[in-house]
Design a protein around this ligand. Structure first.
Ligand code: NAD
Length: 698
């Protein structure tokens, strides 16, 4: 099969790439391109070569499954060099997206023309990589250091219009009815008639003149916090800065070396793992071929913290939303908060005013449940109380149209116990959003025992439309994320009793890459909520006999210290600023003594080790029970919902990189030391043997 066609008319050759869906630069495309370049070079009647694409886009990237493997020739470098040294000028004709290696292909052409609505960008940094096909050099030399820094370290695409202003695109095709290839050949003919087809690039290929080198340091400083733990963006700045004093060729050599370092970095391996895991997540048996319902209107019940965020997320995605609560006060508070969020986005420049207004106008409020009667999807976010939810679902069932889907945002309750209060349990599903719901990308989707495939598939589609990632979780307590949080939270509590302090554990987790420590997070969420849940679990006898109970959290709550909202919890607060608290330290020492535990010095390293192992073992148990189907799903949950640093790929990928056998042995050791809480999961034992996590494919 040919991935690149070659045609010629009036002295202009056209190479057309055809490799759907994104015309990725896989080996077949590279071979075809190389042939086309060589043929254009060899044919005397060819004066110029146009490179264009069929389908919905220009080349939107390299074939990322090839990263980290030996290059198969012709490599992208060979193609770019052939374009650079060819005596026949080349013109890239861009529509859709020109991204990564695809953009670099265009940059190595002599000229670039683009449709007005095209976009170009260097997204490599999002995979822990950097432009590796001379992208840094072209951006630096065509658009200058500041634009080069922004484009290559953010990974965000820019419009062709902006790129034209920067001098990266030479000509814009503003009339959409004009065929792009005809426009490119006309462009070439025009240059030929002016005798201007060839281009003298010698000036821009020398060292970069008149640069204020302080921009690099200033940019580093500005992004210091954002880039903590990341290698790729720092490498990009390093290459751009050093390249100012170098020629194009020297800069290219520097870029190539830096790219290879990134390509083999753990950061890139982690981010690529997450990229593929995200694609897999949401693939669940039965959803693949199931028909989906069209969701245009949504009702959100409960206008509290979660309801507000969910309503805003739906409106931002263009759905009409009615927000329902028992009281007008709650509704008014919610509307003011949502309006405030939109205003902030507009002020920050992350959303256009017109878009914010359009979204806001899609929202309406009501204190009468009848308002949901025409909605396609109803998402309940009332108090976390089974009886309240059951009564809401019973009422919803009576007023919602028969085909409407009823979703609950419960974080702890059994979906079936809610579904069974309706006459349509097949249409009931869990949608566990994370706070703040208009920002956080994760949604755990929980299938009840009767949830239909059609409903699951529809929720998957809705979640995507919201710009979020769905991960299916079994209907078990804590689903995926909170179950793991419970396990490593328990271990952190034990560590306090054994000798650590909250601030030491938080510091260790922070250094590992979590933006916030566990105890600071608990203080922020409010300690009373978990206290209530804990008491309930104790009353119901849900704690296994072998599990030690740490009373510290209860003691803290008994003092009325509920975290940030009461000015003290594990920490003392002034506003939101936390400081270590001597009374808490004294309380911890007392609790240890009461429990007969001798306190000892615990290193930060062993804190991280124990917490990570707790996460991994619980993750593996979750796989054992098929609450999650794949280790990758757990990683997606943790990196998108719980602040796990994505450059470490998630807890299960951390185990893989640390060595599954090593982690398994460590957990066996904890099992010997601390008892059955640490019994190694079956799938961990299997994974250690196979050196990979088992996958229960959909
Ligand atoms: P919240 O207390 O902030 O809001 C609950 C709202 O529901 C209140 O405005 C209340 O007036 C309203 N409400 C109560 N009963 C109602 C009824 N019968 N009809 C209409 N409205 C009613 O609670 P929240 O933090 O937004 O949590 C809501 C749900 O989301 C809970 O199930 C919770 O477990 C879950 N959840 C919360 C978080 C979080 O971080 N807060 C995260 C994920 C899931």
């Amino acid at each position: 099969m040919s991935y690149v066609s070659y045609a010629k008319s009036n002295g202009i050759a056209v190479a057309r790439i055809d490799n759907p869906p994104i015309n990725a630069l896989s080996i077949g495309v590279r071979r075809g391109l190389m042939d086309a370049i060589e043929r254009a070079q060899a044919e005397d009647d060819v004066k110029a070569l146009v490179i264009a694409c069929t389908g919905r886009t220009f080349v939107a990237g390299a074939d990322i499954s090839e990263f980290g493997k030996p290059y198969e020739e012709p490599s992208l470098y060979k193609i770019l060099d052939a374009l650079g040294t060819s005596s026949k000028p080349s013109i890239a004709a861009i529509h859709g997206m020109a991204l990564g290696g695809g953009l670099e292909l265009a940059l190595s052409c002599t000229w670039r023309i683009a449709q007005l609505n095209a976009q170009i960008g260097q997204p490599e940094v999002k995979l822990g990589l950097m432009p590796g096909g001379y992208g840094t050099q072209w951006w630096l030399r065509l658009a200058g250091p500041q634009v080069a820094l922004n484009v290559t370290t953010s990974g965000n695409p820019a419009s062709a219009e902006r790129a034209h202003e920067w001098g990266v695109i030479d000509y814009l095709v503003t009339d959409h009815s004009v065929d792009l290839i005809s426009a490119a050949t006309d462009f070439a003919q025009d240059l030929i008639s002016k005798g201007a087809l060839a281009r003298d690039l010698s000036a821009i290929k020398g060292p970069v003149k008149d640069v204020d080198l302080s921009v690099f340091e200033a940019y580093r400083q500005k992004n210091q916090k954002k880039w903590r733990g990341l290698v790729a963006p720092q490498k990009i700045v390093e290459v751009l800065e050093a390249s100012c004093a170098l020629t194009f060729e020297e800069g290219c050599a520097l870029e190539k070396k830096a790219f290879q370092e990134c390509e083999h970095s753990p950061e890139s391996a982690s981010l690529r793992h997450l990229f593929f895991a995200e694609r897999e997540a949401g693939k669940v048996l039965g959803t693949h071929n199931a028909t989906t319902l069209d969701i245009k209107s949504v009702a959100v019940i409960g206008a509290g913290t979660m309801g507000q965020g969910i309503a805003q997320a739906c409106a931002s995605a263009g759905m009409s939303v009615v927000l329902v609560d028992r009281t007008y006060e709650a509704l008014e508070r919610a509307i003011v908060a949502i309006q405030g969020n939109y205003d902030t986005s507009v002020a920050r420049g992350s959303m256009a005013r017109a878009k914010a207004d359009r979204a806001f106008n899609l929202l309406s409020i009501s204190s009468d449940l009848v308002a949901v009667s025409k909605c396609d999807l109803i998402i309940e976010a009332v108090f976390e109380d089974l009886r309240v939810k059951q009564s809401v679902f019973k009422d919803l069932d009576a007023v919602a149209k028969p085909e409407a889907i009823l979703a609950t945002n419960t974080s702890t309750l059994d979906i079936d116990l809610v579904a069974n209060f309706t006459r349509r349990p097949q249409k009931v599903v869990g949608m566990h959003f994370f706070s703040p719901a208009h920002v956080m990308k994760l949604v755990e989707v929980i299938k009840g025992s009767k949830t239909s495939d059609e409903v699951s598939a529809t929720i998957l589609k809705v979640t995507k439309a919201l710009g979020k990632i769905a991960v299916f979780a079994g209907n078990e307590e804590g689903f995926i994320g909170n179950r793991i949080l419970g396990a490593y939270g328990r271990e952190a509590d034990y560590l306090l009793e054994e000798g650590a302090t909250p601030w030491q554990i938080d510091r260790a987790l922070n250094q590992f890459g979590f933006p916030m420590g566990l105890f600071a997070m608990r203080d922020m969420a409010g300690l009373d909520v978990i206290w209530r849940i804990r008491q309930e679990r104790e009353q119901k006898g849900m704690r296994p006999a072998y599990e030690r109970y740490s009373v510290l959290a209860d003691r803290i709550c008994e003092q009325g210290r509920f975290g940030q909202k009461t000015g003290s919890g594990y920490y003392k607060y002034e506003g939101r600023t936390a400081t270590p608290c001597p009374e808490i330290e004294a309380l911890i020492v007392q609790v240890s003594a009461d429990a007969g535990i001798e306190r000892r010095e615990i290193s930060d390293e062993s804190i991280v080790q124990r917490i990570m192992c707790a996460m991994v073992n619980e993750g593996a148990r979750i796989i054992d029970s098929r609450t999650a189907l794949r280790a990758g799903d757990i990683d997606i949950v943790y990196t998108n919902g719980y602040g796990f640093p994505s450059y470490r790929g998630g807890p299960m990928f951390w185990a893989l990189q640390t060595g599954l056998q090593k982690v398994y042995e460590q957990i066996q050791e904890y099992h010997r030391l601390y008892g059955d809480t640490w019994r190694p999961a079956q799938s961990l034992a299997e994974a250690a043997k196979a050196n990979q996590w088992p996958v229960y494919q959909a």
